[in-house]
Design a protein around this ligand. Sequence first.
Ligand code: MTE
Ligand code: MO
Length: 406
Amino acid sequence: MQRRKFIGKAALASLASIVGADIVYGSKMAENYIPLALQDPDPFKLFNKDKEMVVLNDKPWNMEAQAHLLDDKITPNKYIFVRNNGLIPEEIDVNNWTLTIDGESVKEKKTYTLDELKSKFKQHTYQLTLECGGNGRSEFDPPAKGNQWTIGAVYCASWTGIRLRDVLEDVGIKDDAVYFGYHAADIHLSRDPAKEPISRGAPMAKALQDETILAFKMNGEDIPLAHGYPLRVVAGGWPASVSGKWLQRISIRNIVHDGTKMTGTAYRVPCKPVAPGSKVADEDMCIIESMPVKSLITYPKSGATISKGKTLTIRGHAWAGELQVAKMEYSIDFGATWKTCMLDKPANRLAWQHFSADVDFPQEGYYEVWAKATDSNGVAQPMLLPGWNPKGYLNNACHRIAVKIA
Ligand SMILES: Nc1nc2c(c(=O)[nH]1)N[C@H]1C(S)=C(S)[C@@H](COP(=O)(O)O)O[C@H]1N2
Ligand SMILES: [Mo]
């Protein structure tokens, strides 16, 4: 008779952390048994998210915030959107986790343990804005396939880790290096181990920036499982897809990285504007780099009723990819006239900036407050939809909230 195989200690520990309690008789569980608590999981409990978060998909998990949930200067985990292309790794053995740097353009490939990374290299903390390239997709017409993000696929957390540049200096990079590409531990939806859900990257110039880090802490704690525990690339200001979660390997390439979701139309937009609904050939699609200027009104919540005669102080955040936000304005007359908001400097480069304004309304009735950011190159957000593109990326239209004065 064949003996039943039991679950390993590491797997048990990670199951227990997901269930949120010690699995007392866990050592008796068969190797492939999935506890009931995980078979039909409550995503809010599973990921420690607020009940007002909106689930867009459960296979894989995709969940977004609403504007008013993003009011904090530094976004707490419970309001951080989750965007997964595959399945979250099931077994994370943090004691044996390693990062390998390889590729055509390394002098010799090198592998580090997590402890080595943490002790050998100087640690840095930055607030970094991550926005999904598809944030705002739901508004495009004709519609684009994919998760129908409204406005909530953006956040600014405080990330602690080491500079990718420092690690690459330690490894030794050849002169012909062009791009980095990440490889991670998440599982392809087909469960085919030969396939990767996503493997993206960025040009060496982005890899070498001070703020491009390999992070092991988010908001001062271990990175939550859904956001890339135990190690993640964080490259603020670029589509968040560049920030690889569950990082195991970085390849330094002598070509533009050609991993999953780097090629074809993924995370690309037409190099030149096209008419809505056009078919665009692959070779006319360009990789998205810095994200465009954008802003969000996070207070009040859209639909709020304000007492007549009261000044309303609105507030929110603005960001501009690699650039800074230079000016922030609001309008209460559907964009006919604009007034200036107060705008803070970013905590560091690539952190979102906070704005506020005292708004007076002339009489009772229905109003909309529109917010418009302008970047340091003088480029402003479009009032309504920007250029249509086949995959529905880069919608940076002005955020608008409804307000009633009664
Ligand atoms: N390994 C891995 N990294 C990944 C992804 C993924 O599916 N797997 N999704 C990417 C995409 S498309 C986005 S928008 C961000 C989302 O980060 P978040 O879940 O922390 O919000 O992670 C990026 N990094
Ligand atoms: Mo994304």
